[in-house]
Design a binder for this molecule. Structure first.
Ligand SMILES: N[C@@H](CCC(=O)N[C@@H](CS)C(=O)NCC(=O)O)C(=O)O
Length: 283
């Protein structure tokens, strides 16, 4: 998904980057600490963000989300939201302790030096003791089974998977737009007026099938699929703040999720840090 060859110098807002002297902000949330670089961010218009400054000394940044005891999980990914964000959101919202290795996007060497150590030469990777799990869906479902985030019946498992895969299909289309078509005339309009609404209408209908869509994907009980849906809706709202105007049930879902205390705190700090969504800084 990430193209490490993307041209990062082609950034009209390059000068809007944060003052490197600000260094890292270390927030603290319910026993977790989040060191994030601070940057100035302007909302709503189409955005191609400047890079947060990463200290050059560290090839892979370690981010501790728990301080009280040795963490069970370690998430390895690039220093962007990308595919890993839904994993981070799930762990944070569920109060599950974890640490992170964030590979700086611009440090191709650092990535290439570890790439082959992963099963398919790609991340995200979830380390649990001696076990290293890759593939975003595999990681999410593993966490779902272990932490009671998969519902209670075969019907629930299928419904959660259906939702998860449907949302990932939309993400693939978003990724195609962001990485391949962002600057192509007419493609933004095509994505916002045809591709996204078509998928969102189907997702909204599906959400309504459980308790009229007033709670979570599975109804009253939160599941792993909710974190993927939340992240996807959030990403689409950043692309265009009106994306969900015709989808009140999805809009309300996004609002509910964003008001969950641990998520709210994390998302605020993450957004203030200027963390990119995608590897080319376009969003
Ligand atoms: N099917 C995998 C795809 C993982 C993937 O595309 N990872 C990208 C980052 S989003 C990556 O590792 N890119 C670097 C590379 O391929 O060298 C998943 O869903 O996790």
């Amino acid at each position: 998904m990430i193209n490490l060859n993307s041209n990062r110098t082609n950034n009209p807002r390059g000068t809007a980057i944060l003052n490197p002297l600000l260094g890292f902000y270390r927030g603290f949330i319910g026993g977790r600490s989040f060191p994030f670089p601070i940057r100035d961010e302007s909302p709503s218009e189409p955005r191609e963000l400047s890079r947060p400054v990463i200290p050059s000394a560290s090839k892979q940044r370690r981010v501790a989300h728990a301080c009280k005891m040795a963490p069970v999980y370690e998430v390895t990914y690039f220093d962007i939201r990308g595919f890993a964000e839904m994993i981070r959101l799930l762990l944070i919202d569920q109060g599950i302790e974890f640490t992170e290795k964030r590979i700086p996007m611009e440090d191709k060497e650092a990535w290439l030096s570890i790439k082959d150590s992963f099963t398919f030469g790609q991340v995200p990777c979830l380390k649990e003791g001696d076990k290293e799990i890759v593939q975003t869906g595999t990681i999410m479902r593993h966490l779902a089974r272990k932490h009671n985030l998969y519902g209670d019946s075969e019907d629930d498992f299928v419904h959660a998977d259906l939702f998860f895969d449907g949302v990932r299909d939309l993400r693939a289309k978003y990724g195609n737009f962001i990485y391949n078509n962002y600057d192509v005339p007419g493609k933004r309009q095509e994505f916002l007026e045809e591709i996204a609404p078509t998928a969102l209408a189907k997702l909204e209908s599906l959400l309504k099938t459980r308790q009229n869509g007033e709670h979570f994907v599975l109804g009253e009980k939160i599941s792993y699929a909710d974190y993927n849906l939340f992240e996807e809706l959030d990403v689409l709202l950043i692309l265009d703040a009106h994306t969900l105007d015709k989808f009140p049930i999805l809009k309300a879902f996004h609002k509910r999720m964003s008001e969950r205390p641990l998520l709210k705190d994390y998302v605020q700090k993450r957004n203030a840090s200027g963390m990119w969504i995608s590897g080319n800084g376009k969003q």
